[in-house]
Write a new protein. Structure first.
Length: 146
């Protein structure tokens, strides 16, 4: 097998595929899943253009969405923290939490006691409790993988 690089002409996304050389035999499923060039001697994946390794470029994108970053900065400024420095003030935090739906509109506190959390957890249905436990496990696994 000769490794060949292909680039998706629609998205410009590159990928590395192990494509059999023209002389190698291919299985029926591989040959039917790929389209042939008119002379039938070389087979390429549909919608991909063969490029050389020299033509492949590495593109590193910023993982932070620019709009989300602007929104986060605006929220931090609203909380009295300026450019992310200094203390976060509780009254603006409660106001923002109300606006974003993180607390009930009639909430006046941001800190919930362990006992209040336990009571709320025990008041869940079996299905809700199971879903919450499963979500916690997934988030924990994700955080540990980071």
């Amino acid at each position: 097998l000769t490794p060949r690089y292909y680039i998706n002409s629609a998205t410009r996304a590159t990928s590395l595929h192990d494509i059999p050389s023209p002389n190698a035999s291919t299985s029926t499923s591989t040959s039917t899943a790929m389209s042939s060039i008119s002379n039938g001697s070389v087979q390429h994946p549909p919608c991909l253009t063969m490029v050389t390794p020299a033509e492949v470029t590495l593109e590193i994108k910023n993982p932070v969405d620019p709009t989300a970053l602007l929104q986060a900065k605006a929220i931090l400024a609203e909380l009295g923290a300026g450019e992310g420095l200094g203390p976060i003030l509780q009254p603006p935090l409660l106001k923002v939490a109300h606006r974003l739906g993180d607390v009930y509109a009639d909430s006046t506190q941001l800190v919930i006691t362990k006992e209040e959390c336990r009571e709320a957890f025990e008041g869940l249905t079996d299905i809700e409790r199971n879903a919450l436990v499963n979500i916690h496990a997934r988030v924990t696994r994700f955080a540990e993988a980071q």
